[in-house]
Design a protein around this ligand. Structure first.
Ligand code: ATP
Ligand code: MG
Length: 444
């Protein structure tokens, strides 16, 4: 076990124990070592008070940003190690942050304030575990279990509700029964958690390998901050395209999408507008006219509320807006949409359409799946050719338009757009001479 502790962490543990203090690896890094995956960051807990830690590492590069919480960061080469004095959280009066942090003398007390048993294991320099809550056994059983009484722990800090789901999705672990029940019971605690913190956990959840399973098991948790999802849960869609109701279809679409944040979020929200747009015709068939635009507006609002960065929000909204559009596999249309959306969004849109089709009635969807595949290879050829797809690809520019006698101002843009249309239609080659001639014609 010792072999897996990197030399940097070993040096820090040795320095602290050499100075007469207790020191252990703790939290996520121990969990990951036991799972056999490389830890992302290294946390160390110690009986040394922050100033004692500082003194033990005199002359080393240290950062004291977390001093109030007992944390000293020690830099060793490229790596940063967070060394935190054993602490116990004081009472939580707001379900958000402990009112005070108290330094304690016991490792056990430090471990008992941690969220889940798998995150509450300490490992010493020799690789010996201190595991008072049975975390190792839970890791082996691939199970997430609260340290202590679940309802109490979620009431202390509502973020743990989301952390539980996030770990379930990223590690592919199940939630132990009582912990799962408490998550449902305590989901309203999320009302007291900052949107930014929910956002961080949701991003990890959505890109986790088991995101679909977690969403299937805990839809009510998401309704807490995104109530717009709730109507999908019971929405039937009786028409030849669908074999699942709104929510099951959504989950299958999420599961079919590659584990990238934009694509997974798009699939989660792609049909969010459907409940508001539903109508049933005289044959009993359901329609959802206009749902992509309605959904795009709703998604925009939902993503803003959770403080998603503009880049992600705008992309998801665009993909939702166009997720249902028809796209024939002919060069003219594909060129146009490649130019309009840009290369990356266009290929993302194809992924979205593919994931959507994979979550539909297979008897009907295969036809679409074949088409999106044909469009994809056509688009690959067009982009590899370096074909003209948008204004900046055009073999003439604004200066040329002015030189050809087009008056400065909006006319220049209009003229170039008119040329682009003709090039996209295949009516004009994207060649300088031909385009200059055409410009002169426009002018006269
Ligand atoms: P990751 O691999 O994502 O970093 P992690 O378990 O290291 O996962 P961190 O947020 O880095 O998670 O937290 C480090 C440790 O601090 C956790 O392993 C856990 O023991 C404890 N912890 C973090 N957040 C909470 C919380 N909200 N409530 C209780 N304990 C927590
Ligand atoms: Mg961590």
């Amino acid at each position: 076990m010792n072999a897996v502790i990197p030399p940097g962490a070993e040096r820090i543990l040795k320095t602290l124990t050499g100075a007469g203090y207790e020191a252990y690896l703790v939290g996520g890094c121990v969990r990951d070592l036991l799972r056999g995956v490389p830890p992302q960051d290294w946390d160390i807990c110690t009986s040394a008070l922050p100033e004692e830690t500082g003194a033990a590492f005199k002359g080393r590069r240290i950062v004291e940003t977390g001093l109030k919480h007992g944390t000293v960061t020690i830099l060793d080469g490229e790596d940063a190690y967070e060394v935190t004095t054993y602490r116990s959280d004081g009472p939580y009066s707001d379900g958000r942050r402990p009112d005070q942090v108290r330094f304690v003398s016991e490792l056990r007390e430090d471990l008992s304030r941690r969220d889940f048993t798998m995150n509450a294991i300490a490992m010493d320099l020799n690789g010996t575990l201190y595991d008072p809550f049975g975390g190792e056994k839970d890791i082996r059983a691939r199970r997430i279990r609260c340290v202590g009484e679940p309802v109490r722990r979620f009431r202390e800090d509502g973020l743990r509700v989301m952390r539980g789901l996030r770990f379930g999705a990223t590690l592919g672990y199940g939630l132990e029964e009582e912990t799962a029940r408490a998550i449902h019971t305590c989901r309203a605690m999320l009302d007291h958690v900052a949107a930014e913190r929910i956002h961080t956990e949701l991003c990890k959840l959505m890109t986790g390998e088991a995101a679909g399973r977690i969403l299937r098991e805990f839809p009510d948790v998401l309704w807490q901050f995104w109530p717009e999802l709730e109507p999908l849960y019971t929405m039937e869609q009786r028409n030849p395209w669908h074999c699942w109701n709104g929510w099951e279809h959504t989950l299958h679409a999420v599961e079919a999408a590659p584990a990238e944040l934009v694509l997974r979020l798009t699939m989660l929200l792609h049909d969010i507008g459907k409940p508001r747009c539903k109508s049933t015709d005289e044959n009993g068939s359901d329609h959802f006219y206009g749902h992509p635009n309605v959904g795009a507006e709703m998604a925009d609002h939902m993503l803003r509320k959770l403080k998603f960065e503009n880049r992600i929000r705008q992309r998801v909204v665009t993909l939702i807006r166009y997720h249902d559009m028809d796209l024939p596999d002919e060069p003219r249309t594909v060129r146009r949409w490649l130019g309009r959306l840009g290369e990356e969004p266009f290929f993302q849109l194809l992924e979205v359409k593919r994931s959507d089709a994979l979550a539909q009635n297979r008897d009907k969807a295969w036809e679409h799946l074949e088409r999106w595949e044909a469009v994809r290879s056509l688009a690959r050829t067009l982009t590899a050719d370096g074909q003209c797809l948008c204004l900046k690809d055009l073999a003439v520019n604004g200066k040329d338009a002015l030189a050809a006698g087009i008056p400065p101002g909006p006319e220049v843009g209009k003229a170039l757009t008119a040329l682009l249309e003709r090039v996209l239609d295949g009516a004009l080659p994207n060649q300088r001479e031909a385009l200059l001639n055409a410009l002169r014609e426009i002018q006269t």
